[in-house]
Design a protein around this ligand. Structure first.
Ligand code: UDX
Ligand code: UDX
Length: 429
């Protein structure tokens, strides 16, 4: 099928590359000329495992191409996916102007029946707006649809090729059949429903996963107070199939481009509908407080003050296997520690370039051992494999103080204590 994917960010580029891999003829379109130019040269603008191989394959085969020009690709498209950014606004809602702008330009270039499918996460009701905007531009028949994505950064390619489910929100049989045909090579349960329900599924899924994380972080607080181990508690919960062990990893809380923004947007959307979503506000509040909780732990472990002390942050991206630092927990943590007078050294395998744009007065390192030299505390923020497998005898020799604060509960506390380290996790000793 002839497909156009508008927006070649983390979501759009993965979608385009995967659809090309499945045999469709795909155009990736972006307003950013330099990005498109780089993509045409097989250069991937961000880090995502397995993505480069797919893009190279598609470009070589000729069924994946990139452009900035709507007029070149919209007329022959059967399905157009809108994957442009939806930045958060001050009131917590989304700025939908990029969605509406792309809808308008699609409308100006339609030449035959096309399904315009929204993949960006947007509030229910947006599809209607998009429909009105396109209608203003053209008399050509079209359908609007919504296929929310559930991919996780770091495993986005695998998540797109083998998703847990394909949700197809439509309002016509014609659109339903085209979208079912497009997804035919993907083996996963299908849920065909109305557009608003499809969009609510995405919101509810992210809000629920965020809830699980804040729930276990609250349990971790109690574990800390009574000397229980939250990892063991999670393990006990995971044995109950009604609960499932996924997304019950206590630590510094959630970051990234989705959970924080989507929970704020759902709270704001509900408020506009007259519902005060207190429950989700609390989930967000717990997540925000988790930073202060760790700061207090760090200060205590450093003998009551971090003033003038060198502290090392391991991990800057919002999760491992990505260079994305949007809403990364490292950023507010570093800023709060700097406010308390700490001098920060930080290390990340791939996110240094992005981090350098937002962090001030932080010494950045690719090598964890250089970052740990003369440091008064190791603070683990992102659980990259590189940090899991450190040589702790060496680490103990180069640090000024043998203090470890494990913000993701990845280290073996007994082993570290045996090596003479003072160790603190979140919800475990
Ligand atoms: C974004 C949203 O943040 C997310 O909520 C939504 O579900 C999907 O889109 P992501 O792909 O991570 O996710 O965003 P980003 O990496 O910022 O990519 C957006 C792309 O759209 C950029 O490449 C940008 O240049 C492009 N864009 C933006 C357009 O092509 N046209 C526009 O009008 C605006
Ligand atoms: C998320 C959803 O998982 C995905 O379905 C949706 O399409 C986009 O949003 P993503 O943000 O890429 O994906 O990564 P995810 O693996 O969900 O992690 C989000 C954040 O939660 C990270 O900061 C991670 O460290 C944190 N997290 C995750 C926890 O703190 N504990 C956990 O148990 C799981």
């Amino acid at each position: 099928m002839n497909i156009v994917v508008i927006g070649t960010g983390y979501v759009g580029l993965v979608t385009a590359a995967v659809l090309a891999k499945l045999g469709h003829r795909v155009w990736g379109l972006d307003v950013d000329e330099s990005k498109v130019h780089r993509l045409q040269q097989s250069e991937i603008p961000f880090f995502e495992p397995g993505l480069k191989e797919l893009v190279v394959q598609g470009l070589k085969k000729g069924n994946l191409q990139f452009t900035t020009t709507y007029a070149q690709v919209v007329p022959s498209a059967e399905v157009i996916f809108i994957c442009v950014g939806t930045p958060a606004k001050k009131d917590g809602g989304y700025d939908l102007s990029y969605i509406f702008q792309s809808a308008k330009t699609i409308g100006q270039n339609l030449k035959k029946y096309t399904v315009v499918c929204i993949k960006s996460t947007v509030p229910p009701g947006t599809a209607n707006e998009v429909k009105k905007i396109i209608h203003k531009q053209t008399k050509i028949p079209f359908d609007v649809a919504a296929c929310p994505e559930f991919l996780k950064e770091g495993s986005a390619v695998a998540d797109s090729l083998h998703p847990s489910r394909v949700v197809i929100g439509v309002e016509s049989k014609r659109a339903k059949e085209l979208l079912l045909k497009l997804h035919r090579p993907i083996k996963a349960p299908r849920l065909v429903c109305d557009i608003n329900s499809a969009q609510m599924i995405k919101y509810a899924a992210n809000a629920f996963l965020a809830t699980k994380i804040s729930f276990i972080n609250s349990i971790a607080r109690i574990c800390d107070a009574v000397g229980a181990d939250v990892g063991t508690v999670s393990q006990g919960l995971s044995l109950d199939p009604r609960i499932s062990g996924q997304f019950l990893q206590a630590g510094l809380g959630y970051g990234g481009s989705c959970f924080p923004k989507d929970t704020w947007a759902l709270i704001s959307f509900a408020r506009k509908l007259g519902y005060d979503f207190k429950f989700l506000k609390e989930v967000d509040q717990i997540n925000q407080e988790q930073i202060n909780y760790l700061v207090q732990k760090i200060i205590k472990s450093c003998g009551g003050s971090v003033e003038g002390k060198v502290l090392t942050i391991l991990g800057l991206s919002f999760k491992p296997e990505t260079d994305d630092i949007r809403e990364a927990r490292s950023i507010p943590l570093i800023k709060k520690l700097q406010e308390k007078g700490a001098k920060i050294k930080a290390c990340d395998p791939v996110a240094l370039e992005n981090a350098a744009k937002v962090l001030k007065e932080v010494k950045l390192f690719k090598d964890p051992y250089l970052a740990l030299e003369n440091s008064s505390a190791l603070i683990l923020v992102t659980e990259w494999d590189e940090f899991k497998n450190l040589n702790f005898s060496k680490v103990g020799q180069i640090m000024a103080k043998k203090v470890i604060i494990d913000g993701r509960n990845i280290y073996d506390s007994k082993k570290l204590k045996k090596l003479g380290f003072q160790y603190k996790g979140v919800g475990r000793g």
